[in-house]
Design a protein around this ligand. Structure first.
Ligand code: UDP
Length: 376
């Protein structure tokens, strides 16, 4: 045995939430796991580090939000949340608007003051745009929900930068992530529970992986020795890219990537908000995060901001977003079918399932997998 040196019950590929929760729950039941992680750190894209007393989210803003009480209670075992509520501001060529789309936005855009006036304006723009029937793509979905003015100032530019393709070539469901409400409520999410961990996200993973029954090897690539790993371990939990697992035999699934440029400022408040979106087509970044505002820090006179630049994905970059359009969904089905035939491998997480999951959905899916695995 080259890799399974301790009679491990599980090999877990990837130390993000899916793999780490699985390892934690397995350890609770006396099962031993080896986690191998390609990157130099645990926690996947939830990884955060502390700098100047501020928790910086290395892989973009992560706000935990859920309606799932089981998941909320579960994650609260590992951290305290700070009560942060995400309220994003959009900057379109110097004009500021509240997001998500709500009465504040409608007032700022049109001067309308009542829900009735806002609804009438949107209905009128939808008719003028000639939209009727089921929306076929993101553009039609957006116009039918909030009209052409908001679409062209707050959605089109941002979306086309973010995804690197036309809004008419993107699936409608993506815009459904953002609430549209006829109240003066700037909460970016509709969920009952929301917050950011007081000690950052990495601390959650330190706790999940603390058991003596869990070993973690970072800088370790499963794909380099896949066959040996699979032959030595009774069961594998794989949370990497599903197409990579099968050596891209049906072709490459597409992903979208992002990169960040960070700056430390000698100021305790650079932009006055945790997230500001730049929704025009020309600004090369989509949003700017000021990390201290996620933590309510106001102590040391320094602030760190990160600009988020979308970029094409290739195998040398981190895969952030699956592109769940028709072509990729068809391709994914082929891989999923293949994966279902592998009884000793469980595929999970955003990359293993090729789904645009939020954190709470990954937590929920991991808990389901645990239930199934241990027949509870
Ligand atoms: N979106 C937009 N304008 C914005 C913010 C979001 O058009 O100012 C659209 C865009 O298409 C984006 C989608 O809404 O991909 C989902 O936004 P969300 O903030 O949920 O994206 P994430 O935080 O997952 O990147």
């Amino acid at each position: 045995m080259k890799y399974n040196t301790k009679n491990y019950d599980y090999l877990i590929v990837g130390s993000g939430p899916y793999g780490s929760i699985f390892a934690y729950e397995a350890a609770k039941r006396g099962k031993r796991s080896l986690i191998i992680e390609k990157r130099a750190h645990i926690g996947g894209n939830m990884y955060t580090h502390k700098e100047n007393g501020i928790n910086v989210h290395d892989f973009g803003a992560h706000i935990f939000h859920t309606d799932n009480k089981e998941v909320w209670d579960y994650v609260n075992q590992f951290t305290e949340f700070n009560g942060y509520i995400n309220q994003v501001v959009a900057n379109y060529k110097g004009e500021l608007y509240n997001l998500p789309f709500n009465m504040n936005t409608f007032y700022q855009m049109w001067g309308v003051k009542t829900p009735g006036e806002a609804a009438a304006k949107i209905a009128e723009q939808k008719v003028t745009a000639g939209i009727s029937g089921a929306p076929k793509n993101l553009e039609e979905q957006a116009i039918s929900l909030i009209g052409t003015d908001i679409y062209s100032k707050l959605i089109k530019g941002y979306t086309e930068k973010q995804w690197g393709r036309k809004a008419t070539e993107l699936p409608a469901f993506i815009i459904g992530r953002l609430p549209v409400r006829y109240t003066f409520d700037n909460n970016y999410f509709n969920h009952r529970y929301q917050g950011v961990p007081v000690d950052g996200y990495t601390a959650i993973f330190d706790k999940l992986l603390a058991s003596d029954l869990i070993d973690v090897q970072v800088n370790t690539d499963f794909m380099a020795n896949k066959e040996t790993y699979l032959s030595e371990f009774p069961k594998t939990i794989y949370t990497g890219m599903i197409d990579a697992f099968f050596d891209y035999k049906y072709g490459e699934l597409e992903y979208r990537s992002v990169r960040f440029e960070s700056e430390v400022h000698e100021s305790d408040n650079v932009q006055g908000n945790a997230v500001i979106n730049y929704t025009d087509a020309e600004t090369p970044y989509t949003r700017v995060m000021e990390w201290r505002h996620f933590d309510n820090h106001a102590d040391d006179g320094k602030s760190i901001i990160s600009k988020e630049f979308p970029q094409d994905w290739d195998r040398s970059k981190e895969a952030y977003y699956p592109v769940n359009d028709e072509k990729n969904s068809e391709l994914f089905k082929k891989y999923r079918k293949e994966s279902n035939n592998l009884k000793n491998v469980i595929f999970g997480g955003r990359l293993g399932n090729y789904q645009y999951y939020d954190m709470d959905q990954v937590f929920g899916a991991a808990l389901k997998a645990v239930e199934k695995e241990f027949n509870e």
